[in-house]
Ligand binder design. Structure first.
Ligand SMILES: Cc1cc2nc3c(=O)[nH]c(=O)nc-3n(C[C@H](O)[C@H](O)[C@H](O)COP(=O)(O)OP(=O)(O)OC[C@H]3O[C@@H](n4cnc5c(N)ncnc54)[C@H](O)[C@@H]3O)c2cc1C
Length: 492
């Protein structure tokens, strides 16, 4: 294929063929300062960068190119990083080239799918970003109830394609989140109590390992790797495609939100706590504490009932009768609409910091503490308490890499602000609030690792699965090339 050429260190466009799908080949590139895996200063030869560029079907972007500035951005504006190179991969062949380049140069390497890493792990300063964004596509086999996803795809595409056939699998609650990152670290969502984590529904995957080879993982081939991919995050290589098990789900669910003034929060949480113990798997509830734009605290509960509507109406009636709600939007709606209903609240580009954990119980005293912590926080945050249990908890801890199975609620607090001047205050305030309640939670969610998540915390969280994960890491990534994640070091 004839391709456009970018020339010189300033990367001037030599040939203006703006055809879609044609990528830019870099020429006359000077040497580039970069960072090694260990953070040391290294130099990448211009000639080797040109060779990488020529070998890719997608673009190789460098600082100075206009599209670089857009491509380097991720969802969390707090991480304003500048990779030395961004490989915009169009398929497994590009990923293999990028991985080989990174390994040969011992180059710091980040893997980006949907770019929704809370902790900014999908980008880096001075390293290589392996960017899967161009790899989008979901093919559904309705008869076999399978979806085949290219790993640059967002959740909205997965839901859109599967729901066209009255099928679905567990996906997260914000539709522009990347399916790959979410799935590899677990995957909680509105259907999770019915069908388990997103990763529980993965039955096959293609992975480019640190050696640069493409391997397939399934129950019958490299089953150890499939086990690790179900919750072990991005530790074992770059996953280029995922095969999901699908389930029949009516495209119209009974769902929406009921909201109350904060003075009724105690009654609402008490009800959810009691009801959560016995509610059917087809129901998910997510109590949320928020501040309104005019500075008033309130509690809302989002409900999603994915079975027959008459039973759902009956089941949800007591919740809707608590106290005096100020809003009640529960009604039949498409599952796809519901899946994007929370998008606007967490827009890309703002700065975010989060803390999370899984709660084994929630008693009256815990409720009081949670409410007080929310109200008294020096900096306002949102608190989500997602109902857990059901199918999440029916998978034995050691059956997959994902360790947090037996708890009752998932707890998440998120602080959101604009601009980097106030980062330190926001981080310290949220840490302070979390300190008051972290004894209520056990472990943390792999997908929400943050700068406080030390190696010891990751080790403890994986519990009995850690030695097996560490041995798997030694097999597939002995040099720890893929370390920008909730990292499991290779067993020595
Ligand atoms: C707005 C928002 C809403 C969220 N809602 C939910 C939710 O409802 N449920 C839930 O479970 N989680 C949720 N999360 C957390 C989410 O699961 C993680 O942030 C996840 O890592 C995002 O995946 P991504 O592909 O978009 O991110 P990226 O930033 O692209 O990737 C994150 C990390 O995943 C790894 N990775 C990604 N793709 C690959 C790949 N193909 N091969 C190897 N490693 C890879 C890399 O280590 C990378 O650093 C949410 C996050 C955000 C920001």
């Amino acid at each position: 294929m004839k391709r456009r050429e970018f020339v010189g260190a300033g990367l001037a466009l030599a040939s203006a063929w703006p055809f879609r799908g044609w990528s830019a080949v870099l020429k006359n590139v000077g040497d580039v300062a970069a960072k090694s895996l260990e953070g040391a200063d290294i130099t990448l030869r211009g000639s080797s960068i040109e060779a990488l560029s020529a070998g890719l079907s997608g673009d190789l972007l460098m600082p100075g190119q206009q599209r670089y500035e857009q491509a380097r951005l991720i969802w969390n504006g707090m991480f304003d990083k500048r990779p030395a190179l961004i490989a915009r991969c169009t398929g497994a062949a590009d990923v293999m080239q990028a991985v080989n380049f990174a390994r040969e140069h011992q180059l710091l390497t980040a893997v980006r799918a949907g770019g929704h890493s809370f902790s900014g792990k999908s980008t880096c300063d001075g390293g290589l970003m392996i960017d899967l964004e161009p790899m989008t596509g979901v093919r559904v086999d309705p008869k076999a109830r399978r979806a085949y996803l290219e790993t640059g795809s967002r959740l909205q595409l997965l839901d859109h394609e599967t729901q066209a056939f009255g099928l679905a699998t567990t996906a997260g609650t914000v539709s522009d989140t990347g399916a790959a990152g979410l799935t590899l670290g677990g995957g909680l969502g509105r259907l999770g109590r019915r069908f388990g984590l997103s990763c529980d529904n993965v039955v096959g995957a293609d992975v480019v390992t640190a050696a640069g080879s493409l391997v397939h993982a399934s129950e019958s081939e490299n089953a150890d790797l499939l086990w690790g991919l179900r919750g072990g995050g991005g530790n074992f290589g770059v996953v280029t495609s995922l095969e999901y098990r699908l389930h029949p789900v009516d495209p119209i669910v009974l769902a929406g939100e009921v909201a109350w003034p904060f003075d009724q929060a105690r009654d609402v949480l008490r009800y959810v706590l009691e009801f959560g113990e016995r509610m059917p798997d087809e129901l998910s509830l997510e109590p949320t504490l928020v501040w309104t734009p005019d500075g008033k605290p309130l509690i809302s509960v989002e409900a999603c009932w994915s079975a027959d509507h008459a039973s759902g109406e009956k089941l949800l009636a007591p919740l809707r009768r608590i106290g005096k709600p100020i809003n009640d939007s529960i009604a039949p709606m498409t599952y796809v609409t519901l899946q994007s209903s929370a998008d606007a609240g967490l827009p890309a580009g703002n700065n975010y910091y989060a803390k999370s954990g899984f709660m084994p119980k929630l008693d009256e005293a815990d409720i009081d503490l949670i409410l007080a912590t929310f109200l008294e926080a020096p900096t306002k945050f949102i608190m989500f308490m997602e109902s857990y249990g059901g199918a999440y908890g029916r998978v034995p801890v050691e059956a997959t890499a994902f360790p947090n199975r037996k708890e009752k609620f998932f707890l998440l607090i998120v602080s959101q602000w604009k601009g980097n001047e106030d980062d330190a205050r926001h981080l310290s305030d949220l840490r302070g609030s979390w300190k008051r309640i972290d004894h209520l939670a056990r472990g943390f969610y792999t997908n929400l690792a943050d700068p406080d998540t030390t190696a010891a915390v990751i080790h403890d969280n994986y519990g009995p699965n850690f030695p097996r994960l560490s041995a798997l890491k030694a097999k597939y990534d002995p040099m720890n090339l893929f370390r920008l994640n909730a990292n499991v070091p290779p067993k020595v």
